[in-house]
Design a protein around this ligand. Structure first.
Ligand code: DUC
Ligand code: ZN
Ligand code: ZN
Length: 496
C-alpha cells in the first residue's frame, strides 16, 4: 500500500514519550493512518535524518486583523509567519465591539477577515472577547454563537477602558461560561493601580516608552490574578490567566492548583527572554542609535519585567508545571507607521499611553523555546510538546484532532534539524514572514529552526527548499469543551 506521505527516521516526540527512530508514519487524506516499524512507501517520503518529529505547534493566543492594531498582521501574513515557525494551528480573537450585542455578527466579521486575502496558511479557531456583557446577550446570543460556531473559550479583561469588566461582570461571565462549558481566559492587571500611576506620570511629563513599565507594576498583576482566582473559585469554573509575567502572580496560580482548583497559567516568550531595559532609549540592543523612541517596540501588557531574576522566576514556573501553555501573544504593530508604534510620538513628544500594545512573536515562539529550552537542557522535548501543542489543544477543545502524534489524528508536524545539521545564525527581521518592520529578538542566536512544517499531510514550510511552500488551505476549527479541567462538582443551587 502506498501512502500520500511517509515520514521516517526521526524521533517522534509526544508530551510523554520519545519513540525510537525506527518508526514510520503513514499519512493518507491528511490523517495519520499508521505508526509502524515496518517500512512504508509513499508518493512523497521525508527522511527526518534523526531529528525530532513533533506535533504541529498550537498557538492559542494570537491577535490578527484587529481594529486596535491597524498596522498589524492580517490573516495572510500572520498565518504565513505561523507556519514558517512550526505552528499549524492558531486561535486568534473575535472581539465584541462596544454596543454590538449580536455576537453572531461579530464572529461573521472575523470569518470575513480570515478569508479576505484568500484564507489562512494554517488551521484556526476563534476565542471571543466579551467587552460588554448584558444579561440578555449572556442568556441568548452567547450560547447561540458558541453552539453555531463551536467556540469554547472567551477572553475578558480587568483593565483598559474599552474592555475592562467589573468583578460582578466577571462573575456573570464565569457563571455563563460554566453553564455553557466554555473556558475563561483572563487578562489580569489592576486597572485602578495603573490609572493612578499613569496620572502621576503624566502630570510629571514622564511619558517616555520606559515609563510604560513603571505604570504597570507587578503588584497590579499580582492583585488582579489573586482576585480573578477568587472569583473563579466562587463559581468553581476553569480559568486560564493569560500572558503571566511575574512570580508573585504565578504563586497564586500554583497555590490554587495545589488546592485542586481548575486554574491554569499561560506565559509567552517575551517574559522569558526580554527585560524592561529594552524600553530604555539608550538600550544597547536598539538597531539604529539616535532614534530615542525605539523602546516603544517593546511596549506590551503586562510589561516586560525589570530584571534577569524576574525572567528566571517565569522559567522556573514553566519548568515546575505551574505554567500550562506557552503562547506567543503575537500582537504586532509596525514601528515606523503613523497607526503603529509611532502613533505614540506626536511632534517629537513621546506618549507611551498612545502606543499600540503588543509584540510580534508568532514565528519565533517555537524556535526560541526549542533552542533555549530543549537544546540548552532546561526542559525536555516532551515538556516542550506539552506546553506548545498538547496542553493548548486539550485546554481549548482540539485534542481529538490536534496537539499530539497518534493514529487517527491530523497529520500536523514540526520536524527539527538533527543536531549539527543546521548552521546556527543570528536572527534578523528580514528572515521572518510577518508583515512587521521589526522583531524583538533581532540578533539572537538560533541553533535550530523548524525544517519542515506539515499541515494535514501537506508540507507548508520547507526551510531548505522554498520556505513557505503551502497554499492557504487552513480550515476553521470547530472546537469541543476543554478536557484539562476534568468534571466539576454540581453547580451551587443558588447559581442555577
Ligand atoms: N493583551 C493581550 O493579550 N495582548 C496584547 C496586549 C494586551 O493587553
Ligand atoms: Zn491581554
Ligand atoms: Zn494577547
Amino acid at each position: 500500500m502506498s501512502y500520500d506521505l511517509v515520514i521516517y527516521n526521526g524521533r517522534i516526540v509526544t508530551a510523554s514519550d520519545i519513540l525510537p527512530s525506527s518508526i514510520y508514519i503513514g499519512i493518507n487524506n491528511g490523517i495519520i493512518e499508521t505508526l509502524t516499524t515496518s517500512k512504508l512507501s509513499g508518493k512523497r517520503e521525508i527522511d527526518a535524518e534523526g531529528g525530532y518529529i513533533m506535533p504541529g505547534g498550537v498557538d492559542s493566543h494570537v491577535h490578527i486583523d484587529q481594529d486596535n492594531a491597524p498596522a498589524g498582521d492580517n490573516f495572510e501574513s500572520g498565518s504565513r509567519s505561523a507556519v514558517a515557525g512550526g505552528t499549524t494551528t492558531i486561535i486568534p480573537f473575535a472581539i465584541q465591539p462596544k454596543k454590538e450585542y449580536d455576537l453572531l455578527k461579530v464572529v461573521e466579521e472575523y470569518h470575513q477577515r480570515a478569508n479576505k486575502h484568500g484564507g489562512s496558511y494554517c488551521d484556526y479557531g476563534f476565542h471571543l472577547i466579551i467587552s460588554e456583557p448584558t444579561p440578555e446577550m449572556l442568556e441568548k446570543t452567547f450560547p447561540a454563537v458558541c453552539n453555531k460556531e463551536a467556540i469554547t473559550s472567551v477572553k475578558v479583561y480587568t483593565t483598559y477602558p474599552r474592555y475592562k469588566l467589573s468583578d460582578e461582570q466577571l462573575l456573570q461571565i464565569f457563571l455563563t461560561n460554566r453553564k455553557n462549558n466554555v473556558t475563561t481566559m483572563v487578562h489580569a492587571e489592576n486597572s485602578d493601580i495603573i490609572d493612578f500611576i499613569n496620572n502621576k506620570l503624566m502630570s510629571k511629563k514622564m511619558t517616555d516608552p520606559f515609563f510604560h513599565t513603571v505604570s504597570r507594576p507587578q503588584l497590579a498583576e499580582d492583585e488582579a490574578s489573586y482576585r480573578a482566582i477568587s472569583l473563579a473559585k466562587v463559581i468553581d469554573v476553569p480559568m486560564l490567566i493569560v500572558h503571566m509575567s511575574c512570580e508573585s502572580a504565578l504563586d497564586h496560580v500554583k497555590k490554587a492548583q495545589t488546592d485542586l482548583l481548575p486554574i491554569f497559567a499561560e506565559t509567552c516568550p517575551q517574559y522569558l527572554f526580554l527585560t524592561g531595559d529594552y524600553l530604555k532609549h539608550d538600550c544597547c540592543h536598539h538597531s539604529s542609535q539616535g532614534d530615542e523612541f525605539q523602546g516603544a517596540k517593546y511596549i506590551c501588557s503586562p510589561p516586560l519585567r525589570a530584571t534577569q531574576q524576574d525572567l528566571e522566576a517565569v522559567w522556573k514556573n514553566l519548568i515546575n508545571g505551574t505554567v500550562t501553555v506557552f503562547s506567543s501573544d503575537h500582537a504586532p504593530s509596525n514601528y515606523d507607521h503613523p497607526l503603529g508604534k509611532k502613533k505614540g510620538l506626536v511632534n517629537g513628544i513621546p506618549h507611551f499611553k498612545d502606543v499600540p500594545n503588543g509584540l510580534p512573536g508568532i514565528e519565533t515562539r517555537l524556535p526560541l523555546l526549542f533552542c533555549y529550552g530543549v537544546e540548552k537542557g532546561r526542559i525536555t522535548p516532551q515538556k516542550f510538546v506539552e506546553l506548545t501543542a498538547t496542553n493548548p489543544a486539550k485546554l481549548y477543545g482540539l485534542s481529538e484532532t490536534k496537539g499530539t502524534i497518534g493514529v487517527g489524528l491530523d497529520a500536523d508536524f514540526t520536524i527539527w534539524y538533527p543536531e549539527g545539521k543546521m548552521e546556527r545564525f543570528s536572527l534578523t527581521n528580514d528572515m521572518l514572514h510577518h508583515s512587521i518592520d521589526y522583531t524583538p529578538y533581532e540578533g539572537m542566536e538560533f541553533t535550530n529552526w523548524p525544517r519542515y512544517t506539515i499541515l494535514r499531510g501537506n508540507v507548508c514550510f520547507d526551510r531548505d527548499n522554498g520556505g513557505v511552500v503551502g497554499d492557504k488551505v487552513g480550515n476553521y476549527l470547530r472546537r469541543k469543551g476543554s478536557v484539562l479541567a476534568g468534571s466539576r462538582a454540581k453547580l451551587n443551587p443558588i447559581f442555577q
